[in-house]
Ligand binder design. Structure first.
Ligand SMILES: NC(=O)c1ccc[n+]([C@@H]2O[C@H](COP(=O)([O-])OP(=O)(O)OC[C@H]3O[C@@H](n4cnc5c(N)ncnc54)[C@H](OP(=O)(O)O)[C@@H]3O)[C@@H](O)[C@H]2O)c1
Length: 246
């Protein structure tokens, strides 16, 4: 059966050549799964290939989801890999600044571009996932970045949270589960104490739990070192889910 843990599963990691994608890929392939990662940079893809040359079942493609043409060209590789699940872990704007001070033109450019790229990735991948699949948006939960930076960089966390809810509400049943996972600590940021870090193994374990859930709501989760995975509940119905995950 596809999606059976005994045979391993196939994960598509969109924006997976970064810190979260690296940690996650390592843990997933060590657990017997297969991984296809995408990133924007050819040199990064080549260095990724060298770093993961020990691992069977890992491949990497260069796709910038800011370009609809590139997204369309990716469909052949997507069909051939036939993922069980997809994880979208990009969305940070490529600019810095305080929300209250950044010039509006700069705000428009960097937020619009990344939110648009997320949406193109969603439209390319979500309709091609199997019914047993999970589509997960990963983002951060705090207004302060792992490096101490503040502000704009975490605006997309709010967008990712809403995006998952809207997509789930729009979806016609049956279809893949759609969820957001908010990371409440750093991943692969050197020099931080362990209690402020999430390991690839913890991330992979959380993903596997989310991929196995029979319930489709709630669709927003938090993951913190020590505290584990929990539903981020905003309604009474959703809060009943907390016990199920404990
Ligand atoms: N790492 C952490 O400590 C941490 C903690 C909490 C939350 N998070 C959240 O987790 C997510 C991933 O973080 P990360 O640290 O892994 O980020 P990262 O290291 O910057 O990696 C992001 C990856 O996404 C790719 N990407 C960016 N825009 C893209 C686009 N338009 N189309 C295709 N690929 C694109 C990047 O490619 P390029 O190399 O070309 O830019 C890179 O491979 C973010 O939402 C972040 O807020 C991270």
């Amino acid at each position: 059966m596809q999606g059976d843990r005994d045979v391993g599963e196939k994960w598509l990691l969109l924006g997976g050549m970064g810190r979260v994608g690296r940690a996650l890929s390592r843990a997933l392939v060590e657990g017997g799964d297969r991984v296809l990662v995408t990133g924007r940079d050819e040199e990064e893809r080549d260095s990724w290939g060298r770093d993961f040359s020990w691992a069977e079942g890992v491949s990497a493609e260069v796709v910038d989801f800011g370009s609809e043409t590139q997204a369309e060209s990716f469909v052949a590789a997507l069909r051939s890999f036939a993922p069980d699940h997809a994880v979208l872990s990009f969305g940070q704007p490529d600019c810095e600044g305080r929300l209250t001070e950044i010039p509006m033109r700069e705000f428009d450019r960097c937020l619009r571009d990344q939110l648009r790229a997320q949406l193109v990735a969603v439209r390319t991948v979500l309709p091609r996932l199997p019914e047993h699949g999970l589509f997960l948006l990963i983002n951060g939960s705090t207004a302060v970045g792992a490096d101490g930076g503040r502000g704009l960089v975490h605006v997309p966390a709010a967008a990712a949270l809403s995006l998952a809810r809207v997509l789930a509400a729009e979806q016609e049943e049956p279809g893949p589960r759609i969820a957001t996972l908010l990371l409440e600590a750093a991943v692969e940021v050197p020099g931080l104490p362990l209690e402020r870090q999430l390991s690839g193994e913890t991330l992979a374990a959380a993903l596997r739990i989310l991929a196995r859930r029979s319930r489709r709501e709630p669709c927003v989760f938090g993951l913190a070192p020590g505290a584990g995975l929990r539903a981020v509940s905003t309604t009474v119905e959703e809060s009943s889910d907390l016990e199920e995950l404990a």
